[in-house]
Design a protein around this ligand. Structure first.
Ligand SMILES: *Cc1c(COP(=O)(O)O)cnc(C)c1O
Length: 368
């Protein structure tokens, strides 16, 4: 018997419905290059996410790379060390230098108050992350960007469907990226997207993800291949129908965790933010070892021994990896909050299939 409780579980479409769509694809013999399902998924996602334009990608890393290319970002890019490595890698792959700025405790996103001090004449962009789907302070970030003439590219890989006062967070900054990886709230197996605000930019992004082709014989840029095939687009259409129900299930899990953990000394977690539609993509808890009586790693490995698999997202910090640790901004003294939080965090199991019994098993290990 498999009694393992994993941190996540992929949202999977109904297999019979998927099969019907596969039959259509087989009959059409149109399997990739902007086919019917691809077009339908772009429309459906734009509508669901309340964004004017979206372009599908084959994963969530390529839209990061492509956004920086499209905006011709050079020099230095200010970013957060508290994220998945792809955020910083995309800056490096564009030949730019990442400059790490510390995070704020209340969102785990970049601290707007510390951004200005990191700006130099070489700075061209800011790349924040809506970590765990919690919106960063976008007004403050945009004000700095406007003052210094910087672009803002949001890594919104965690922020599928997240809204502030009824407005999608994806409509802010110059562009936002999404990941539709199997571990995310909404998946297309692998996949991702770039959100932009005008038709011309959408056109240009579509050139860039198709080798730079602007027509049969014209190539306007050194583009890349990130075209989504029909099979994945069909899968994505089916998953979109059930994502709201999955988010509601996650919401119920969050409520149960919060009720059980509210009065446990030494454990901190996030409550909902006012005016925000959350997607409950992760449920991070933060352990204060002194108050809780054991360290994060003690609890993490105890849970693992009992087949309850949390994840230490985001530990270690990106700034500690070999590529980046020599950068002046990577010094732990520059990143005190991120450094502490990376040592306190465990993301608890969070997905649409967790049963009451599963949740009790998780909580028994944490609540003493
Ligand atoms: C998942 C993720 C990515 C990368 O997405 P892939 O689809 O795995 O390429 C980028 N940034 C963040 C913050 C992520 O969590």
């Amino acid at each position: 018997m498999n009694d393992r409780i994993t941190v996540t579980s992929p949202l999977l479409p109904n297999l019979d419905e998927f099969n019907e769509m596969l039959k259509e694809i087989w009959a059409s013999k149109w399997i990739t290059n902007n086919g019917q399902f691809h077009k339908r998924l772009e429309h459906a996602l734009a509508e669901y996410l309340k964004v004017p334009y979206i372009s599908l990608f084959t994963n969530g890393t390529l839209p990061l790379l492509t956004a920086l290319q499209a905006l011709r970002i050079t020099g230095e890019v200010i970013t957060t060390p508290y994220s998945f490595v792809a955020t910083t890698h995309s800056i490096w792959w564009n030949g730019c230098r990442p400059v790490f700025v510390d995070i704020e405790e209340k969102t785990c996103g970049i601290d707007p108050e510390k951004i200005e001090a990191a700006i130099t004449p070489k700075t061209t962009a800011i790349m924040p992350v809506h970590c765990y789907g919690k919106p960063v302070n976008m007004d403050a970030i945009q004000a700095i960007a406007d003052k210094y003439g910087l672009k803002v590219i949001y890594d919104a890989a965690h922020a599928f469907g997240v809204e502030v006062n009824g407005e999608s967070v994806l409509n802010r900054g110059d562009m936002s990226t999404l990941s539709f990886h199997a571990t995310k709230v909404y998946n297309t197996l692998e996949g991702g997207a770039l959100v932009m605000h005008d038709e011309q930019t959408k056109k240009r992004i579509d050139y860039l993800k198709n080798f730079g082709f602007a027509g049969e014989t014209e190539v306007v840029a050194p583009g890349i291949n990130s075209k989504v095939d029909e099979v994945r687009a069909a899968y994505g259409l089916l998953n979109l129908k059930q994502v709201d129900a999955a988010i509601e299930k996650r919401h119920q899990v969050a409520i149960k965790y919060r009720d059980a953990l509210r009065n446990v000394p030494g454990i901190r977690f996030f409550d909902d933010m006012p005016g925000v539609r959350h997607n409950y993509s992760y449920f991070p808890i933060f352990i204060n070892a002194e108050e809780y009586g054991k360290t994060r790693d003690q609890l993490y490995f105890e849970m693992r021994e009992k087949n309850v698999l949390g994840r230490r997202y985001f530990y270690p910090l990106i700034s500690t990896f070999s590529t980046y640790r020599g950068l002046p901004s990577a010094a732990p003294e520059n990143l005190p909050v991120a450094t502490r939080i990376a040592n306190e965090v465990i993301c608890l199991p969070m997905h649409h299939e967790l049963s009451e019994e599963d949740l009790n098993r998780v909580l028994e290990l944490i609540v003493k």
